[in-house]
Design a binder for this molecule. Sequence first.
Ligand code: ZN
Length: 475
Amino acid sequence: MASWGGRRHLSHFLLGLILVLCSVGCSQPPSLEDSRFNVALVVLDAARADHLGSYEYTRDTTPNADEFASVATRYDSVISEAPFTFLATSSLFTAGSPAVTGLVGRTGGIVPASLELIAETAKENGFGTYAYSENPYVTGYFGLDQGFEVFEETFPVSLLMRGEEIDPQFDSAGQLTAILKKAAGDKSRPFFLYVHLLRPHNPYAPPSPYAGRFGSSPESRPEGESKPLIALHSKGGPYEQDRLDSIVQLYDENLAYGDALFGGLLAELEERGLRKKTIVILTSDHGEALGDHDRILHSNQVYDSMLRVPLIISVPGEGPSVESVSIQLADLGRGLRRYFRGEDGAVAGLTRIGFDQPTGRTLYSWTNAKTHLVAARTNKRKLIVDARTSGVVGYYDLLADPGESVSGPLDEEGKALLSGLLEKIRAWAGLKVRIEPAMEIDTEKRRQLEALGYVDPEEGEQTENPRPKSDESAP
Ligand SMILES: [Zn+2]
């Protein structure tokens, strides 16, 4: 595929020539349409990859995403940097892992202005930048609006601080139409549109006609509200199978609703004649435990159930493919940054994310929510360490045990993973000075937010990143 960078330079030259000629003969300078593709990046919050049909789920939860995947590039092994929104999304936006940015968890950090976010790169390179977010952690309060000219927040932090949740009947479809209209309204330049939909995140409260699609009943639906889910999350498993079945039904129905919203956005792009001019990306920020490892919801484990997310990218002119290379959200951020900068091969590069990385490289995931766990992962092995003590929590053979159920002793590969992991933790800890003050929450508000699962009871006690015991003098 030809580089659009070259075409862009030619376009700019022609535009300049026309403007010069017009300065002596035209009353109105003509507009020359920018030939670069738009980017529409859609996040379904807490969508675990293996609950999408295109990732071999048995229920028909995501017909729109599946049809989209049939003509796009589907990445099969995408591991989020964190099992909760703020750290995962900031890794995507900064195109860097927490070991590089020094960012920590939810109420523990705000993205500093010194970091360059992908929306800033887009804006600097002439893209219109628009965002629509339904998650209170993807808001201006946490510094994630940097670079966006328009940033619509459905669930502002003020609502969160009052201990309230988003209204499940909220008109997400109407908001999507509105933001797309704004983005598409400026025809003089391409747009970068970021859409962060809350579904299937809790509360699992699917509206009609999705409620009941996979067997939930009026009697079982209260089980999908946040408070009972959080109570189960805090208590830990094992859970009764009937209860879990109901919860999974409601999660899947909520996911089907999120998928329908995504389908609606695709249809709107088509109607506006923009589908062939737009790179469309569907992903999630993190997964969701649904009884896996005796947990439900997310935030406090680094098993794949809370980390593995879908990633499907459609680039106009590129054929469908399935890629097995293991990548993270920061890799997607880097690919987008290269695209916005107009680097050679960056368009096609979005269907080959991670191909420039060493084979078998190690991926890292972090949580300081309650557990302070950090995971190092290759395609074959996974090591989980408690960052406060440097103690090994689990070591898994992913080829023989993809469910990470049986921990074994460290072999040579495990020891190498441990050494690399401790180095990352030291780098992470050494960057804490870059973190700006955290969200201040009084006791009563904290109690409300804990009940809704938006902060964790122990998180507020953390004032700095943990340091490994093995080297207290580390930077
Ligand atoms: Zn999230």
